[in-house]
Design a binder for this molecule. Structure first.
Ligand code: GDP
Ligand code: IMO
Ligand code: MG
Length: 419
């Protein structure tokens, strides 16, 4: 029998709680696969009081029998990956046989990070990137100048290529400290030693798994509104963060995708610059940030906070073909007297928009008001939620047109409602 691959995808501007949901669901899957992005991602898992922050390693890593794949669409900083791998050296007998890296994945090296930071400094309007070299690494890939991780098999010729990259940047007048050939080779040798044992033909592995009816969960990074094509361009990341990226970043065909699980918070956040119609810059935003612990896992930056933009959620559900929604962090709305949700947009002239606009900077949200509730934190059954919280969920799924099948009421793996 042939199984289909399920998918977890962020529906907003990232940090929706994908890590918690992937970790929670991973117990039912043989494979968890990251398919795009890099260590700009920060996925948090909390279990038995212990907190893990994952950037490149898939969130199935805490289960002994789950195989974790870094797919070909991911851009890998070897330095960041090696540091992250060290956390798991002594867990479940180590990572060998539990972590596999696509030989086709591209590398992020120090000059990508430096370029990212220089681009941000010199930009008229900065994107507010994570500064991790994501944009420059994908730029190299798309312009056919990238470095695939399998090139670490020959560090002599790779070191020469990398040296030439530094030299060509200097020749363009970009002030970047150029290391010696020997320094580059020594660094690449250490990466090769640590990472080559994990390289695999991950597409063939996934096909074989599906042919054997083994279950696969693809783990999205970032969120749909940061998608290079469908997000708030240019204030986006440099990869396809939507469901299509799961196919191009793994080799799984569109017809082989099964459930597409969209992850949204009960409110909204964004890190970095760019339009955010429902942003609350005053007391409400501050309350959401403090209660929700809205500070970046990767950069520590304070996240911008605001009410749920149900228009954007509905749009992202269509782009991804979401079949079920998970609503995270409902507990963060506990104690508000009233809660607002954006269910429409007006343009600058006051006309109500019929279609989702290209430029969210030009719209004003139209809000629907909901009655607040006392407490949902830690609740594990839908029937035990306050009636007003139930009404909030039911009204949202009606508006969005997708059933909210999972509701999260704390960072802990177990504080989750299934319906
Ligand atoms: P990701 O990037 O989508 O994996 O999300 P992050 O890990 O960057 O951010 C989500 C944050 O919310 C993490 O600190 C989680 O531990 C936390 N979190 C997840 N679900 C809940 C929830 O239901 N309630 C609360 N209060 N926190 C949650
Ligand atoms: P997870 O997987 C939230 C944002 C950055 C910036 C823009 C471009 O944890 O949800 P980049 O470094 O990718 O070139 O930055 O994208 N960004 C994220 N925001 N969560 C993330 O990942 C993000 N990864 C990138 O803040 O606005
Ligand atoms: Mg995150």
């Amino acid at each position: 029998m042939v199984s289909k691959a399920d998918l977890i995808v962020g529906i907003q501007w990232g940090d929706e709680g994908k890590g918690k949901m992937v970790d929670l669901l991973a117990r039912n899957y043989a494979y968890v696969v990251r398919y795009q992005g890099g260590h700009n991602a920060g996925h948090t898992i909390v279990t038995e009081g212990k907190k893990y922050a994952l950037h490149l390693i898939p969130s199935g890593i805490l289960y002994p029998n789950c195989k974790n794949i870094i797919g070909s669409g991911v851009v890998i900083s070897p330095k960041a990956l090696i540091t992250e791998m060290a956390q798991f050296e002594n867990m479940h007998g180590g990572l060998q046989g539990r972590l596999f890296i696509s030989a086709k994945a591209h590398l992020i090296l120090s000059y990508h990070e430096l370029l990212d930071q220089l681009n941000e400094k010199s930009a008229k309007v900065a994107i507010g990137t994570t500064g991790k070299g994501i944009g420059p690494a994908y730029t190299d890939k798309v312009s056919r100048n990238g470095i695939r991780i399998e090139e670490l098999k020959n560090t002599e010729s790779l070191a020469q290529r990398v040296l030439e990259k530094f030299q060509s940047l200097s020749a363009k007048g970009i002030v970047i400290p150029t290391p010696t050939f020997e320094d580059i080779k020594t660094e690449l040798d250490s990466y090769a030693k640590a990472l080559l044992p994990y390289l695999a033909n991950t597409t063939a592995m996934l096909w074989k798994a599906m042919d054997n009816n083994e279950k696969i969960l693809c783990e999205g990074a970032q969120g749909s509104m940061l998608d290079i094509d469908f997000g708030t361009y240019p204030f986006v990341t440099s990869s396809t963060t939507t469901a299509a990226g799961a196919c191009s970043g793994t080799g799984i065909a569109p017809r082989e995708l099964g459930e597409v699980i969209g992850i949204t918070k009960a409110y909204c956040t964004r890190v970095g610059n760019g339009p955010f119609p429902t942003e609350e810059e005053g007391e409400i935003g501050e309350t959401l940030r403090t209660k929700g612990g809205e500070f970046g896992v990767t950069t520590g930056r304070a996240r911008r906070c605001g009410w749920l933009d149900a228009m954007a959620v509905k749009y992202a559900c269509r782009i991804n073909g979401v079949s079920a929604l998970a609503m995270m962090k409902l507990d963060v709305l506990d104690g508000f007297a009233s809660i607002q949700v954006c269910t429409g947009y007006k343009d600058k002239k006051g006309n109500v928009l019929k279609d989702f606009p290209n430029d969210l900077a030009q719209v004003t949200p139209i809000y629907q008001s909901f009655k607040g509730w006392d407490k949902t934190a830690g609740v594990r059954e839908f029937a035990k939620l306050p009636k007003d919280a139930q009404d909030y969920i039911l009204a949202l799924e009606q508006f969005i047109g997708v059933k909210i099948t999972m509701i999260s009421t704390s960072p802990d793996r177990n504080d989750t409602i299934f319906r």
